[in-house]
Design a protein around this ligand. Structure first.
Ligand SMILES: NC(=O)c1ccc[n+]([C@@H]2O[C@H](COP(=O)([O-])OP(=O)(O)OC[C@H]3O[C@@H](n4cnc5c(N)ncnc54)[C@H](OP(=O)(O)O)[C@@H]3O)[C@@H](O)[C@H]2O)c1
Length: 279
């Protein structure tokens, strides 16, 4: 089913509005995987010099004119900052209709906010990906708006499955997805960097320490994904009675690692709900 949908995407005209860090990661992946045909892709950015550089790099049409970019588009991927979504929708609304699928990756922006700024029953899917999409290891939460059907969600899923995994959630959980898996890579990099520093402290060369830390985190995450086992059970399997791991765990508990991570996600989630209302 997913590969059939992915196959169908190559006939579609795609407009990526706001081709910055995330929009750029997604578009580069789509072109590399030939999910969309370069001649059917138009991208936009704010600055002309950025448009020229991107057009040269990606081999697609890049402009600063959003309205022109979405003309006859089948799919519009909104990759601008939350505070800019309103003004971009105002520009493009006259060109969109019930046949255009709008996919927004903007944090904090509800589907209803987008729907209210468009005319007619335009299908909207809200997506929350993360930057590991750059190496096809992304995680994207998705939900559909009032006028989007299962076929629209399927199309969006195919676009994000191409760069990792997807999960459909209720829209009320989208800020939580933002706080956990969209902000999550930053938290994971801090943990990884700290493990590498620890390796240096106990005498390992930095490059070796970083490799050990990164592959260990990747390995542990892969086991959870592949077995479906509870992380606590997997942790117990590493923790030999009176061994060294339990001593390390005691330090983690004393340093309040768990509660600190929980608080980090809670803070990021509540912040995710505020972004739209800032100028
Ligand atoms: N970064 C992440 O990890 C992540 C994860 C999930 C979701 N998101 C969401 O993705 C969106 C973009 O985030 P980002 O980190 O990629 O930000 P970013 O790198 O700043 O990208 C924003 C892009 O929008 C362009 N832009 C600004 N105003 C525009 C306009 N009026 N018309 C067309 N393009 C315009 C900018 O153009 P210039 O380059 O010319 O300035 C830039 O390329 C946000 O809504 C964010 O919530 C990001």
């Amino acid at each position: 089913m997913a590969s059939t949908t992915a196959h169908k995407l190559s006939d579609k005209k795609l407009a990526v509005l706001g081709t910055g860090k995330l929009g750029g990661i997604l578009l580069r992946a789509y072109l590399k995987q030939e999910l969309f045909s370069p001649k059917r892709v138009t991208a936009t950015v704010k600055h002309t010099e950025k448009a020229l550089a991107l057009a040269k790099e990606l081999g697609v049409s890049v402009t600063t004119e959003n309205r022109k970019a979405v003309k006859d588009a089948d799919i519009v991927l909104l990759g601008v900052k939350p505070q800019v979504v309103g003004e971009v929708l105002k520009e493009i609304a006259p060109e969109l209709n019930e046949k255009t699928l709008v996919i927004s990756v903007a944090a904090s922006v509800p589907t209803s906010y987008i729907e209210q700024r468009l005319t007619g029953k335009v299908p909207v899917v809200r997506a929350m990906p993360n930057t590991p999409a750059a190496v096809d290891c992304g995680m994207t939460g998705l939900c559909r708006g009032a006028h989007a059907g299962p076929e629209h969600l399927e199309m969006a899923r195919a676009m994000f499955n191409a760069v990792g995994r997807t999960v459909a959630v209720d829209e009320k959980n989208m800020d939580a997805v933002t706080g956990l898996s969209a902000s999550g890579p930053a938290f994971a990099y801090i943990i990884l960097e700290s493990l590498a520093e620890a390796g240096v402290k106990v005498g390992l060369p930095r490059d070796v320490a970083t490799l050990l830390a990164a592959q260990t985190m990747k390995g542990a995450a892969s086991v959870v994904l592949e077995t479906g086992d509870h992380p606590a059970l997997l942790k117990d399997a590493v923790t030999t009675p009176a061994g060294c791991t339990i001593d390390g765990i005691m330090e983690l508990e004393e340093g309040k690692l768990r509660v600190t991570l929980i608080k980090a996600v809670v803070k990021a989630t509540s912040r995710a709900g505020e972004l739209l209302f800032e100028k």
